[in-house]
Design a protein around this ligand. Sequence first.
Ligand code: SAM
Length: 232
Amino acid sequence: MVKVRIVLVESALELVPREIINHPAVVKNARRRGKRPSEVLLDVSIHYAAMKNLPNRFKRGRPDIVHISLLNALSSPLNIEGYLEFYIHTIQDQVIFVNPKMRPPRDYRRFIGLMEQLLVTGKVPPDSDEPLMYIKTLTVKDLVKKLNIKHVILLSEKGELVTPDEVASLAIRGDTAIFIGGFAHGDFGREVYEVASDILAIYPKPLDAWIVVSRIIEACERKLKVYSFRLE
Ligand SMILES: C[S@@+](CC[C@H](N)C(=O)[O-])C[C@H]1O[C@@H](n2cnc3c(N)ncnc32)[C@H](O)[C@@H]1O
């Protein structure tokens, strides 16, 4: 069966880093939630003041991007029909392997709780032999090798302009992965460019990651005739 592989790369999802663990804003929020500061997801809407001196801060602390993208991907007919493999690579070089049968929490607070549990224990549910999600420490290069990917299509507003249908034709080849940035501002790191075979844009202006995820999935659905139910 054809598999469409989408990787959300350098996603802005991580636990509060050591450097800011004692910042009053971090401590206060963690205490209110009954958690240790090191077990709380970094979120710019909560930790804005604490993040002021963090390196690369514009690319970090946006778990909502992963939430909306994951909902779009896993609820899609492409995934329901078994064509999709969706991976989340994080800015800290961890890769989340997602069971396509998982039903991500619709509620953002419940999503945050689940991802905190995942990043702390390495899998969810923690004692399951068939987890809904689990983590491995892998760079993008490691992931490309592990999945035996021969072509990486990097989507970027700076790439050569093509249609989502053209991207879909490449995505369904079987040995290809589509890379989409899981962050709000800034550019990809050097290693992402090094693994990219092509850099393509689907629109001449910047789009949110979840829109790009959903447009590529929709184009792949049409290409794979997911909606052809009527008998000819
Ligand atoms: C919000 S953008 C990343 C930040 C963006 N460079 C900026 O500073 O506004 C999220 C991701 O969506 C994808 N993306 C955004 N606009 C795109 C476009 N016009 N064509 C293709 N991919 C796009 C890229 O993979 C990008 O990394």
